[in-house]
Write a protein that binds this ligand. Structure first.
Ligand SMILES: [Zn+2]
Length: 342
């Protein structure tokens, strides 16, 4: 029997054997026998090398045809058998279509979102509207117009991610002050600016490269430092409970003058001293101050006629204090074991 006859026989045998198969469990054995690495076709192909150069092309072509025919027959038989088996399964096994589906558990708001909403509520009660500003800002709004020129050493405190030479991911919500003032002039302003900020810095349990801030801004006639302190006192009472003690310390920010840090008595240790308050009995809740005349002017308000205060506070930090969370990285780790607790 020459090789062409052998190929013909192989095709005939293979297809006949496929027809005999009744269950999908037998399919792999057929495949190994006829088309596998050690199967009958492979063995025949080894014989091609013994043929003369004149015979070889025809035999090779024929071998490919046989291979394709067997592959096609196998696919068709496999589909036929599987469909038949599925039909048998569906008619013999019971499916109760009246059973209730698997419930999808309702989610809940992220702790940061809930804290943000509480902050909005508290300030809304004091007459502050919400002003939304973009997270991608110009260098001008984020630094220059807030009295932080390129050579200013304070820029070291706000290293950030640069989109281009002129555009940054905002390092604080303060650039929104400029936008808000320019849109509101010549009317008085009372807004909070909540949103996400970014800083290019080492990630530690205390600091993330992304975080939320809420900024407050009030501009009007005869606004004084005592108005700022009163606002902070009202906020602390509503957020952390009535009767909070407050402490004001002098500080420095380029965009406020004078600048202050607002502290309250530590709610964790009742001012007796603990790790969180670094054994001082005090917790810092906001940086604040009177809007710097240069910033007022950049916003379009004449500092001779107008005055204002501004404050900024974190959002993760109050949540950490209230729930005893020790690591800020949990907020963005997407670990449901953490998120489900709140
Ligand atoms: Zn403490």
């Amino acid at each position: 029997m020459n090789i062409l006859e052998a190929l013909q026989a192989l095709q005939r045998d293979g297809i006949a054997a496929l027809e005999e198969i009744r269950g999908s469990g037998q399919l792999p054995l057929w495949y190994r026998t006829y088309l596998g690495r050690k199967g009958r076709l492979t063995q025949l192909l080894r014989g091609l090398g013994d043929l003369s150069a004149g015979e070889r092309p025809l035999a090779g072509k024929r071998a490919n045809e046989v291979k394709a025919a067997l592959e096609d027959a196998f696919q068709a038989r496999q589909e036929h058998i599987k469909a038949a088996e599925l039909e048998v399964a569906l008619s013999s096994e019971q499916v109760d279509v009246t059973l209730p589906g698997r419930p999808i558990a309702p989610g809940h708001l992220h702790l940061v979102t809930r804290t943000l909403r509480r902050l909005r509520e508290i300030f809304a009660e004091m007459g502050f509207q919400v002003y939304e500003a973009p997270e991608v800002e110009t260098d001008e709004n984020n630094f220059e117009l807030l009295n932080i020129p390129a050579y200013h050493p304070a820029r070291d405190m706000w290293d950030t991610f640069w989109i281009s030479d002129e555009v940054v991911l905002r390092t604080h919500t303060s650039p929104g002050q400029i936008r808000c003032m320019r849109e509101s002039h010549p009317h008085p302003i009372r807004v909070i600016l909540p949103g996400k900020c970014y800083r290019y810095e080492q990630v530690t349990p205390r600091s993330e490269h992304q975080f939320f801030q809420v900024e407050g801004l009030a501009v009007g006639h005869n606004i004084r430092l005592t108005d700022l302190i009163g606002t902070m006192r009202e906020f602390a009472g509503k957020m952390y409970g009535e009767g909070r003690k407050m402490r004001i310390r002098g500080s420095y920010f380029p965009f406020t003058e004078p600048s202050i840090e607002v502290d309250m008595d530590c709610i964790l240790c009742r001012s007796e001293g603990c790790r969180v308050c670094k054994y001082t009995g005090w917790l810092e809740i906001a940086g604040a101050g009177m809007v710097h005349p240069v910033v007022l002017r950049n916003g379009g308000y004449d500092p001779e006629e107008w005055s204002g205060f501004a404050f900024g506070m974190g959002v993760e930090r109050p949540a950490m204090l209230q729930h005893g969370i020790e690591d800020i990285r949990y907020f963005y780790g997407n670990d449901l074991r953490f998120l489900r607790q709140f």
